[in-house]
Ligand binder design. Sequence first.
Ligand code: 6PG
Length: 240
Amino acid sequence: MNDDGPRNNVDVARWIAVEDAAALRREAYRRIVSCADRAIGERGEFRIVLSGGNTPRGVYRMLRGAETDWSRWQVYFGDERCLSIDDPERNSRMAGETWLDHIPIATGNVHVIPGELGARAAAQAYAALLRSVGNFDLVLLGLGEDGHTASLFPGHDYGDAVDAPETLAVLDAPKPPQQRVSLSAARLSRAREILFLVEGESKRDAVTRWRAGEYLPAAAIRAPSGIEVLIDSSSLPQAV
Ligand code: 6PG
């Protein structure tokens, strides 16, 4: 939010178009591993925020084979659904089944949002954890068909004010389940790199609205170095 109101991030967005879902997976993998190598080399640690949903499943599976020192990775989540800890619909379970359960990473390096506590208690607990965590190195984000990202939804609080809390409890999410926890737009923006992964024709309308300047949740993420949107051709507005 700035003094003349919130500003869509389209002016700082770099759109990287790729041919298809397989190309998106490959390029996302390359960027994640390169960012990890750089962070570990420069600061001895790589703080990554994972996105949920289905889009990242393929690149998470590819990351099982990454040549890296997993003990240097600190894994956080951009949002979580308030379901029981083993519910397959949890973002933490998706990340575990596709990737984290298949690599030698200590459980202490994977910081799950305790969604099973309910939105308010989980948001408070995760905010307390994040207060001792500096800027992220890489934040992965998806895009919903309505322009949502993480669990920041249109018509809801984005947490985009400079003094916004680290996390938001979402009680009436339009995408089930209704109860969720999301990092605020302000906290998601405190990152060296932001990488959106956008795939599929169903996202075309949201992309069109975003690029036209609408202040969607995805448009509220604004890191100092800008943002990158890795997008497959089917999500791009078609040339008329
Ligand atoms: C969630 C995700 C959400 C997701 C988008 C895109 O918990 O649902 O965090 O923000 O990234 O809805 O989802 P898909 O990748 O499944 O299209």
